[in-house]
Design a protein around this ligand. Structure first.
Ligand code: GTP
Ligand code: MG
Ligand code: ZN
Length: 276
């Protein structure tokens, strides 16, 4: 008998598939762990003879849609058209990543559908996100995206029809993931991806998502604040929530055009959601 450390890469009813990087073990769960909600991405110790999961290691984070733990990077796939570009959704996902201690990578799709003016606007917006410190790629920059995958556990987030599965197929054509048609008149697609599992892609593990990672998160105003990395100034009051214009440095910088207005609007919207 030997103890092996591995990671759960898929769960199907009572069958937990654990990979140690070389081999794959079909395991069951031992009594004391039964009540514990193991997820894909959990790091576990198994008995490789009995094929039983003996214990689970401490989690770094868990996202719920899809249900995956210990995620290193969140690929935020944002479509520029069909579905329309939403800075609010993008900002929401950035906060989600921040709260869960996940490195966000912004990947922009469907730039080919834009006219020159639309393209110029979007590129300007994306420049802002780069300037404040985020990594931004287009879905044509496959080589750069591949470099981000190696050695990491990755989850994809983004609206249905944003092009997540298409992107993964471009990264590794052998994946052959189902790609859904977007119904044009609605401007949104139907969910074509369902099961949460980690798949081996270019030296990393990637979870294809069911289109949308919800942000019904338990977050404090402070969490939201920290998610807006460029706000990080001390305001007039130490606990300033940047809502009242009474010497708030954030509002001042929004007015001067130093902070993108849509970022500040996203912030207010999220703060309001949290209050509810
Ligand atoms: N024009 C254009 N179409 C794209 C691009 N990327 C994806 N698409 C199309 O957009 C549609 C939706 O793509 P999917 O990859 O299925 O989107 P998804 O994010 O996986 O969607 P769900 O699985 O429903 O969450 C498909 O018809 C793709 O062919 C792009 O860069 N340009
Ligand atoms: Mg998909
Ligand atoms: Zn302030």
């Amino acid at each position: 008998m030997e103890k092996v450390k591995g990671k759960i890469i898929s769960i199907n009813k009572d069958l937990y598939t654990v990979s140690d990087g070389n081999s794959v073990f079909p395991c069951s769960v031992r009594g004391k762990l039964r009540g514990f909600n193991l997820t894909v991405g959990d790091n576990v110790i198994i008995d490789n003879e009995k094929l039983v999961i003996e214990s689970v290691l401490e989690r770094k984070n868990t996202l719920i849609r899809p249900l995956v733990s210990n995620i290193d990077k969140l690929f935020i796939v944002v479509s520029t058209k069909i579905p329309d570009f939403s800075t609010y959704l993008l900002d929401k996902f950035l906060v989600l990543a921040s709260i869960n201690n996940i490195t966000p990578i912004i990947i922009v799709t469907k730039l080919d559908l834009l006219n020159r003016k639309e393209l110029k606007n979007i590129i300007n917006t994306l420049k802002y996100y780069k300037k404040i410190g985020y990594k931004v790629y287009t879905n044509k920059e496959i080589r750069k995206i591949v470099k981000e995958i190696k050695g990491c556990v990755i989850s994809l987030a983004g609206q249905t029809g944003a092009g997540k599965s298409s992107l993964l197929n471009k990264i590794d054509s052998s994946l052959n993931l189902q790609v859904g048609e977007v119904s044009t008149h609605l401007g949104r697609g139907k969910h074509t991806t369902r099961l949460a599992r980690l798949i081996n892609v270019k030296g990393g593990l990637v979870a294809d998502t069911p289109g949308f990672s919800s942000l019904e998160i338990e977050a404090s105003a402070q969490d939201i604040n920290q998610g807006f990395i460029e706000f990080g100034y001390k305001c007039k009051y130490k606990s300033c929530t940047h809502i009242k214009n009474d010497g708030c440095f954030v509002i001042e910088r929004v007015e001067k055009g130093k902070i993108l207005k849509s970022r500040y609007e996203s912030y207010l919207k999220l703060i309001n959601e949290v209050k509810k």
